[in-house]
Design a protein around this ligand. Structure first.
Ligand SMILES: Cc1ncc(C[n+]2csc(CCOP(=O)(O)OP(=O)(O)O)c2C)c(N)n1
Ligand SMILES: [Mg+2]
Length: 354
């Protein structure tokens, strides 16, 4: 990670990058606006739901109940929760394969997401999609994509549809630091700027791709600057602080909604687990993971603030956790009891060429 990024994370700062090629400038951490009590509490609940859901998914995977790939979002919860707090009804979401958190944040049902993971008929894709391939038109969640970089042209297309329909909505398009080096990303950036499409590109920079770090794989590591050639403004955000994410999300969504075209938010975040369930994670030190968990955990940050402000006692936070564990256990129970798809389903929802 570049020096200035490391410093920005430490300061909890947001770094504003304008289209002109100037070095990123750090702002004061005290500029991050506080959230009111209800917003802090709901952020806490939703991040905890994602965390407990993912822990359970990891367990079920270990028990052999989930087949195929499974990429956990643990550590990155503040990104999607903060963005979702900034979004309004009708804004669409599209992301890659690390997608369970995004689904839960849009309000998709935990038990139907879990049932899809276990390949059961009540899953969002009738048990035929699995972890990386779920959709909900109702919740404006457009996947779930296994191909690195694929969400970018899709999200840009969603924004084109919004512009065409003049409906005031924005497409929130997520992709990773690894994906940021893909060609399709820049073709999309060009079209988005050319046509002033209402899209916010959220780069979840968790510092690693599948088996290597951003530093080793990217010629430039300040990913918020990747739109410079297209005059797309970019901002670097402390993606471990849900308040900073929400504030940056508010500004970027307004920018896009007001007809100013695309914007890039680079979220500095971190995944605690391996890339997928089968990753020995030899590319990083255990101490690094430990340090991020103990010093920057997005959920603990909110929990601490809630207690310091007298908005929730330790007891009350434990009760929230109990309630969430109950929801997740019920989802896991459902996902094990539900029937598998009927064999006749083999021939439905598939593309049949001529
Ligand atoms: C086009 C394509 N190339 C390679 C892969 C294999 N692959 C899956 S995830 C991944 C790394 C992507 O890293 P990043 O974008 O940082 O996302 P993260 O896993 O960190 O969330 C790779 C290379 C793929 N799925 N698709
Ligand atoms: Mg990554």
């Amino acid at each position: 990670m570049a020096q200035s990024q490391a410093a920005a994370r430490q300061a909890g700062a947001e770094v504003q990058v304008r289209p002109e090629p100037v070095p990123a400038k750090e702002t004061d951490a005290s500029e991050i606006p506080e959230l009111p009590k209800e917003a802090e509490l709901s952020a806490y609940r939703l991040m905890l739901l994602i965390r407990r859901f993912e822990e359970k998914a990891g367990q079920l995977y270990g028990m052999g109940l989930i087949g195929g790939f499974c990429h956990l979002y643990i550590g990155q919860e503040a990104v999607v929760v903060g963005m979702q707090m900034a979004a309004i009804e009708g804004d669409q979401i599209v992301t890659g394969y690390r997608d369970h958190g995004h689904m839960l944040a849009t309000g998709m049902e935990p038990k139907r997401v879990m049932a899809e993971l276990t390949g059961r008929r009540s899953g969002y894709s009738k048990g035929k999609g699995g972890s990386m391939h779920m959709f909900s038109k109702e919740k404006k969640f457009y996947g779930g994509h296994g191909i690195v970089g694929a969400p970018v042209p899709i999200g840009t297309g969603l924004a084109f549809a919004d512009k065409y329909r003049d409906n005031g909505n924005v497409s929130v398009t997520y992709f990773g630091d690894g994906a940021a080096n893909q060609g399709q990303v820049y073709e999309s950036f060009n079209m988005a700027k050319l046509w002033h499409l209402p899209v916010v590109y959220v780069i979840e920079n968790n510092q690693y791709g599948m088996g290597t770090s951003v530093k080793r794989a990217s010629a430039t590591t300040e990913l918020c600057r990747r739109g410079l050639s297209f005059d797309i403004p970019g901002v670097q955000v402390d993606g471990m602080d849900v308040r900073a994410v929400k504030a940056a999300g508010d500004r970027a969504l307004r920018h896009a909604r007001d007809g100013n075209g695309p914007m890039i938010l680079e979220m500095l975040t971190y995944r605690y687990r391996g890339h997928s369930m089968s990753d020995p994670a030899k590319y990083r030190a255990r101490e690094e993971v430990q340090r991020m968990r103990s010093e920057h955990d997005p959920i603990e940050q909110v929990g601490r603030r809630l207690q310091e402000k007298g908005w929730a006692s330790e007891e009350e936070l434990k009760d929230i956790d109990k309630e969430i564990r109950r929801i997740v256990n019920e989802a896991a129970e459902f996902a094990q009891q539900d029937a598998e798809p009927d064999p006749s389903e083999l021939w439905t929802d598939i593309y049949a060429g001529a």
